[in-house]
Unconditional design. Structure first.
Length: 294
């Protein structure tokens, strides 16, 4: 699609007076950066040319308020040149451009090597997922596997390298996507067992709540502010870390206190249902599918 625009974009930029001829090549110069090559001396275009065509197309057709580029940190200079050129051309969104840079994806002990075949294959993750669920259905297993990969990517600081550690990625009791899916399924299991199916109006709130209940309530209350923080920082890791905190606190509460057939059942079911809602929406924000049974 953008290929048809390359020559047009080059002509538009040239007409604007930004192009400088340099040893047969067409370049754009900047005050505080090295020049960017728009057309090589042999007439070939570059990544810079293609990205400028992409910016032009999106500006004209999508009319975004803000353009976020989630690309590796090694492309920092390249996109700084693209954004600066777009500003000069008047192709900048109202709220500008943002480059959300991330590090390299690598093993815990070192870099991936495509040449040596030392990379991650989805089939390997699916095989690991089969060992974690009692359900042999392919659809279920894929949800666990794909959720594990997505969470591992999104939960880490995007400014650092993304580490792939098998023990952590597929850990049902640790900081992982499957751990969140497992906690969600555990909540549904509780709700399935109770005879009380509605807790919209809580009449009998305990006069005194225990430490685990209090901690869970306080954490659940933070959900909205965490969504706002994640948006402001362009970081899904904020949501991922928050959901892990909710899951840990829920499991501590679940491990220490009975829920069904207790005088506090209605109140505790309210906590379970609220946890379900937060986990469900949070997983959806991360693009991870929920699992009802594991």
């Amino acid at each position: 699609m953008y290929q048809l625009m390359w020559q047009t974009v080059i002509k538009i930029i040239e007409k604007k007076g930004l192009i400088v001829d340099s040893q047969g090549a067409k370049i754009i110069e900047f005050e505080n950066m090295p020049p960017a090559i728009l057309v090589k001396s042999n007439g070939a275009t570059t990544y810079f040319t293609r990205d400028m065509a992409t910016v032009k197309y999106r500006f004209d057709n999508w009319k975004p308020d803000l353009a976020i580029y989630e690309v590796g940190v090694d492309q920092l200079l390249h996109f700084s040149q693209v954004f600066e050129t777009a500003k000069k051309m008047g192709w900048e969104p109202k709220e500008g451009f943002v480059h959300v840079a991330h590090g390299l994806l690598r093993w815990k002990g070192g870099k991936f090597s495509t040449r040596k075949g030392d990379t991650i294959h989805l089939s390997d993750v699916i095989d690991q997922a089969k060992e974690m669920t009692n359900d042999e259905k392919e659809e279920m297993v894929k949800k666990v596997a794909i959720g594990a990969i997505k969470f591992n990517d999104l939960a880490q600081d995007p400014k650092k390298d993304i580490i792939f550690d098998w023990d952590k990625v597929m850990n049902l009791s640790g900081d992982s996507g499957p751990y969140l899916q497992y906690t969600y399924a555990r909540c549904l299991s509780v709700l399935d067992k109770t005879k009380i199916k509605e807790t919209k109006n809580i009449i009998n709130i305990p006069e005194k709540i225990n430490l685990e209940e209090e901690a869970l309530i306080k954490e659940l209350y933070k959900f909205e502010e965490k969504i706002i923080e994640a948006a402001e920082r362009f970081s899904p890791a904020v949501i991922a870390e928050y959901l892990l905190g909710v899951a840990r606190l829920f499991n501590e509460f679940y491990g220490k206190h009975r829920i069904i057939d207790q005088k506090e059942e209605v109140f505790r079911l309210f906590l379970v249902r609220t946890t379900v809602s937060v986990l469900a929406f949070g997983l959806e924000l991360l693009g991870i599918e929920k699992i009802e049974k594991m």
